[in-house]
Each structure stands twice: as structure tokens, then as C-alpha cells.
Design a protein around this ligand. Structure first.
Ligand code: ATP
Ligand code: MG
Length: 459
């Protein structure tokens, strides 16, 4: 296939990237910027990373760039240049996929056209560059620029075959639809519907990476709805897949899935809050009885953790999301005492309280209510006040610690000691004036005599 005769648009290429191209050209190599970065540059979005492709073998690229690293068999050399990293990959051609996710082998391609043909969507299959000594031009054999102008994600080549090679491309389609605000072209979308079952072969890590990118979009609902409608959702999370069609009386004619995606869109673009919004009602289908979802937050917290563990999300993220799901049903009343507000902060944890309030405000909006329904704004300002007053909200701020109790009361280390510290913390949270070393030691003695040690030890 010949390259386009006209030079095409000249993308805005940052100086360090232009220097890498120039080095390759001077070294007698063909070189191009390629893929998502070119797409983003034409859309005037900031590319996440700049990728180059070349006819040079990895060893040759390493010879041209002393600060580089070649550590995989896919022909990608990572070059360090002016404080950043760039991937320079030899033209590739993928050869047969038998597991729906990895090419059985990778061959180096002969031309930029070979390399573009293996890429997923037409808007990701454009390049700008040249062979050495020629004027750089736009290389766009799959008419990506037309699709870019129309806002369309269209598979390169036959979509059924391309999704059969690598099922992640389907997830990338819905993710890119959300992040770019594009539509998936009709034939490509129909092929996702036919092939969605293949997503079951994907590794959790790859799904997780795409899901997190999807959730970072301005309106994640665009991608989430495509996922549900194409059947991908039911494969990736059978539990979330049960939400479409499940009625609940929040907004007329809207089901639980409508509520979930509205809630996600209403959250600030913070990863942990977005994930919690996606999963906050995951326990509802299982707990539905007599028109109520009793205990869906605690059932849901476990299911949220399991889902995130299944896609190998970082452990700390699993825990923080499950924690928010568990606590999302709190019921604030304006007649709460200040001590009650502090007890609430202690239960949720000062580090999670803002996220929980943001989740609940979004949950309100997702239910067709004002964001601050349930006096949320008032609760927020009272929480702020308590946090600013710097009073005791946890064990670490107590005027004594475990060592004091061991030294002064002769207690052994262990569960009893921990529970005693928790009880003392509860008392101080309610009554800050008690946070004094001698008062607390007296209180501890009293607590022990009220509740004999033996009883503490057996319980
Ligand atoms: P992002 O903005 O998230 O970086 P991207 O499209 O650039 O989106 P990358 O993972 O950086 O995604 O991939 C760079 C390029 O590699 C893509 O634009 C596409 O050309 C190609 N590519 C990535 N994943 C696949 C895949 N699974 N199948 C075919 N080509 C792919
Ligand atoms: Mg990229």
C-alpha cells in the first residue's frame, strides 16, 4: 500500500520527540510517531505518552540511543531522553492468536503499513514521519483522520477477526468511547456484541487498567452503558450485569443500573470514589426481599472486594473501596451531638470521610435528589469543624498508649490491651477533657475492675 501523496496535517510534536525522530533519520532509519499520541495531538489533547516506530531492529535503536533499555521480546526499546521515557518499537506484524489475548509470535514488519495494520482502531492506526532523507508525511491507510473528524471508533480490518485475536480491543473500544467522547461505529459495535464472551479469557490486570482509565473519563457512563448493552459487563462482572432491568423506586422508569451510572458520573474524578460509586449497590440484587435491599451495604462491601481482587486491583484500593461501600448508608440527623459527629468520623476514619461524603452526594444525585439531601452539607461542615479542632478521633492521639498500660497496670500484650485502648478512645472521643494521662490510667483501672480480666480473656 502506498503512503498518501499529500503531506497531510503537521501534528504539534514536542521538541524532545522531534529530536528522537531526527536521531533515527540521521542514523539512516525510517521513523514515525504513531498510535494514540498522534490521535491525541490531532484532537489537541495532551497525549499520555509519545510512541515511535522505526525500521531499525532493537539493537540498532540501542546503538543510536546510549540511554536506553531493551528488556522484552516485542521489539520495544525504552529510551530516556531529557528526563522522560519514550518507547521506540520496531515495525511489527502480529502472527496468529490462539488464546484471544497474546499473539503466538511477533514478527518484525517490513513497513509502516504493516505496523499500522496490526493496530486496533483506525484513529489509533495513523503515523507521521518518513524514511531517511524524505519529507515527513501523514500515513493513514485506514482513513483514521475521517473517523477522527466524525468521532468514530472503527476496528482496523474485520472487527470479528480483530476481537477474536485480542479480546481486550473490545474493552478498549468502550474505554476510548468514554475518554474521547466518541461513538463506536455500528459494525464494530455489533461485533463486540457477538464476541463479548471472549472477554472471559482476559487477565484481570488488563481489564483493571482499562476500567480505571474508563472511570477517569469526564462521563464514564458513556463507556459503562456501552459495556452493559454490548454484553461485556455481564462477562466482566456478572453481579453488575444483573443491575440492568432491576427496578427500584428512585427515578421513574429508571432501573438500578441507571442509578449506578448516574451516581458514577456525579462523583468527582477520583479513582477510589468512582470505583465505590460503580460498586456501591452491587449487593442489591442478592439482598432484594419484599421490595427492600436489607444489608446490601455489608453484602456489597464483600462483593466489591471480591470483584476488585478478581481483577488484581491493588490491595489497598480494594480495602478503601469496600470500606466506602460498607459505610455508604449512614443516616445523619441534625440533632446529632458533637460527640456523635466525632464517633462517626472515628468509625469511618478521618482519611475516608471526604470520600464517603462525596460518594453519598453522588448517590443522592443518582437518585434524582439534590446533592446535599439528608443535610449532607451541614454534616460536612460539622465534620470539618471537628477535624479542625484537632480533638481525639483515633487511638494514636490518646494521651497514653499500650506501653503505659503495660508499665502502670501490669497488663499483658494482646487482645485485652487492644480492646481497653479502644474503649478509652471511645470515651475520649465523646468527652475530649478526659484525654489526660492520669485520668486515663484511672479510667483504665476502673474499666478492668468493672470487667474482670478473666471475662475479657474468654470473650
Ligand atoms: P492512552 O491514551 O490510554 O495511552 P492509547 O490508544 O495510546 O491510549 P496505549 O496503550 O498507549 O493506548 O497504546 C498505544 C497504541 O498501541 C494504540 O493507540 C494502538 O495503536 C496500539 N494498541 C494498544 N493496544 C492494542 C491492542 N490491544 N491491539 C492492537 N493495537 C493496540
Ligand atoms: Mg498511549
Amino acid at each position: 500500500m502506498a503512503t498518501e501523496p499529500e503531506p497531510g496535517p503537521r501534528p504539534q510534536i514536542p521538541a524532545p520527540v522531534a529530536e528522537l525522530l531526527a536521531t533515527l533519520w540521521r542514523g539512516g532509519q525510517a521513523a514515525y510517531v504513531v498510535g494514540g499520541c498522534l490521535r491525541d495531538a490531532l484532537l489537541e489533547r495532551r497525549p499520555a505518552d509519545w510512541d515511535l516506530t522505526t525500521d531499525a531492529a532493537p539493537e540498532r535503536v540501542q546503538a543510536l540511543f546510549p540511554h536506553s533499555l531493551y528488556e522484552n521480546r516485542f521489539g520495544t526499546v525504552v529510551v530516556h531522553h531529557r528526563g522522560a521515557q519514550y518507547e521506540i518499537t520496531a515495525f511489527r506484524r502480529d502472527v496468529s492468536y490462539s488464546d484471544f489475548r497474546h499473539p503466538d509470535s511477533v514478527e518484525f514488519g517490513d513497513s509502516i503499513e504493516d505496523d499500522l495494520a496490526r493496530r486496533d482502531f483506525t484513529v489509533n492506526a495513523m503515523a507521521w514521519g518518513s524514511r531517511p532523507g524524505e519529507e515527513p508525511t501523514f500515513v493513514d491507510p485506514h482513513r483514521g483522520r475521517d473517523d477522527l473528524a466524525r468521532g468514530l471508533l472503527r476496528a482496523v480490518g474485520d472487527p470479528d477477526r480483530r476481537f477474536g485475536e485480542d479480546a481486550l480491543r473490545m474493552v478498549r473500544a468502550v474505554r476510548l468511547a468514554a475518554t474521547l467522547g466518541f461513538e463506536v461505529e455500528a459494525e464494530t459495535l455489533a461485533a463486540i456484541g457477538r464476541n463479548s464472551g471472549l472477554a472471559a479469557h482476559l487477565s484481570g490486570e488488563r481489564i483493571c487498567a482499562e476500567l480505571l482509565k474508563l472511570l477517569a473519563a469526564d462521563r464514564p457512563s458513556v463507556g459503562l452503558r456501552l459495556m452493559a448493552d454490548s454484553g461485556l459487563l455481564a462477562v466482566i462482572s456478572p453481579d453488575l450485569g444483573r443491575q440492568p432491568g432491576l427496578g427500584q423506586n428512585k427515578i421513574e422508569r429508571e432501573d438500578l443500573w441507571d442509578h449506578t451510572v448516574r451516581t458514577v458520573d456525579a462523583t468527582p474524578a477520583k479513582q477510589v470514589v468512582r470505583l465505590a460509586a460503580l460498586l456501591h449497590d452491587i449487593g442489591k440484587p442478592d439482598t432484594l426481599a419484599d421490595g427492600h435491599f436489607h444489608g446490601h451495604e455489608s453484602v456489597g462491601a464483600g462483593m466489591a472486594r471480591d470483584f476488585l481482587a478478581g481483577i488484581h486491583a491493588p490491595r489497598a484500593l480494594q480495602e478503601r473501596v469496600a470500606h466506602l461501600v460498607l459505610h455508604h448508608m449512614f443516616m445523619y440527623e441534625p440533632n446529632w451531638s458533637d460527640a456523635a459527629v466525632r464517633r462517626f468520623i472515628r468509625k469511618v476514619g478521618p482519611g475516608s470521610i471526604d470520600d464517603l461524603l462525596a460518594l453519598r452526594a453522588a448517590d443522592n444525585e443518582g437518585s434524582g435528589q439534590p446533592a446535599d439531601a439528608g443535610h449532607l452539607t451541614e454534616l460536612e461542615s460539622r465534620v470539618r469543624g471537628e477535624l479542625a479542632a484537632n480533638l481525639v478521633l483515633g487511638r494514636s492521639q490518646l494521651a497514653i498508649d499500650g506501653n503505659d498500660l503495660i508499665a502502670e497496670l501490669g497488663l499483658p500484650r494482646g487482645r485485652v490491651l487492644g480492646r481497653l485502648l479502644d474503649d478509652l478512645t471511645d470515651r475520649v472521643v465523646a468527652e475530649p477533657a478526659l484525654n489526660d494521662r492520669s485520668i486515663l490510667l484511672d479510667l483504665a483501672r476502673q474499666l478492668i475492675s468493672d470487667r474482670p480480666l478473666v471475662e475479657n480473656l474468654i470473650s
